[in-house]
Ligand binder design. Sequence first.
Ligand code: NDP
Ligand code: 2IT
Length: 444
Amino acid sequence: MSYIDEVMERVIAQNPAQPEFHQAVREVLDSLRPVIERNEEKYRKEALLERMTTPERAVIFRVPWVDDKGQVQVNNGYRIQFNSAIGPYKGGLRLHPSVNLSIIKFLGFEQVFKNSLTGTPIGGGKGGSDFDPKGKSDNEVMAFCQSFMTELYRHIGADVDVPAGDIGTGAREIGYLYGQYKRITGKYEGVLTGKGLTYGGSLARKEATGYGLLYITDELLKANGMELKGKTVVVSGAGNVAIYAVEKAQQLGAKVVTVSDSTGWIYDPEGIDVALLKDVKEVRRARLTAYAEARPSAQYHEGRGVFTVKCDVALPCATQNELREEDARALVANGCIAVCEGANMPTTRTATDYLIEQGVLFVPGKAANAGGVATSALEMSQNSMRLSWTFEEVDAKLRDIMKGIFASIDSAAKEYGMPGNYVAGANIAGFLKVANAMEAQGIV
Ligand code: NDP
Ligand code: 2IT
């Protein structure tokens, strides 16, 4: 059996009932075949892939808190410190009722390669909880965040592990988490990113994932002789990534006609009104029905459906496995030319394979959404220097980083004989840097 197949079997046997983690590992290992085959005996002897697929540390903890009625609630807390070969662990905290060990491990594993691709010195980690901030009062969110940090603080630090936002964790949650860390440790340090601008946050971090997604989409189209201007774009999600993806797509001259949330989706043939979307989602924390009520051109539909709308470019920006085989078929039938993943692993494996087979340009999340974590690394640099850069400086660095990522995944795909296969290119380029650092540091 090949070394890769042996490792995949081991991952499944040792991590039962973790389908998302298996999915993420399988996709990376499948892409690495040409790299591993060149050095199979060496990597097998070093157990490099066994080490890479095993987190350095996984912390699971109880998070008790008291709700507004005086009832004690208990959630599960997680922090997976996956790989620190190239820098301190770095990655978001997801707060969503679906959170479990499999989901946090898949996200932590992906983060290792994503962070490597950014070219900044950060290792990979992820955390979160099955706590659902939706429908909770600010007081309840604060109670949860304080309890979560009361356990987490002992495992993190500005040079150890630096968490950030993800689904359900935005500026409000980061603020409460930061306040509690500072209170317990007495340290004012860059231990979290995505902080508010008055207490160490970076300009352009809020916008970075969505903007970065559009910068790389623009590079992708240019490299293939096209441009974003005039294109029709569908976006799924209506959160942090989706909102700023819509904003930048429009700034670059595209028309975005959809957004979605967990209950329904909007088709707005006039183009999404981003100011209204921000008001509905960032200020009022309301459903998309509120968008449709305020906008005569918008149609609201219950359930899923974004990918059935005719488009040139599709940007899935909500959650894992939201773009399925039937969606991929609809996109191809409607003439879609490019899919770039704003979310982490939003496209199922069969859908990804189908899109690539059909010649749709496809950039995987670990490259396409890396602008968020890259700008988090810029926030860490500013905190360490005790300086703040302007919006324009950070945005220019973000744009350069996204250009660099596209160049490196494009050239890795070419070097290994798969030109245009950016899934392979991203996995290979991300892997090589981490593998090299792990080998240099010995058996740890
Ligand atoms: P938000 O919580 O801000 O927004 C998430 C959006 O997706 C919401 O519109 C939400 O709808 C929808 N959504 C979430 N879960 C589901 C679900 N199970 N089914 C249907 N819709 C769902 O999160 P972000 O925008 O920050 O994150 C979106 C994706 O991008 C995630 O995959 C995340 O890991 C990834 N990402 C985020 C980065 C960041 O900087 N924030 C960086 C890189 C990747 P509703 O409001 O109804 O729940
Ligand atoms: O998936 C991701 O890259 C994020 N949620 C952002 C992580 C970060 O540390 O900014």
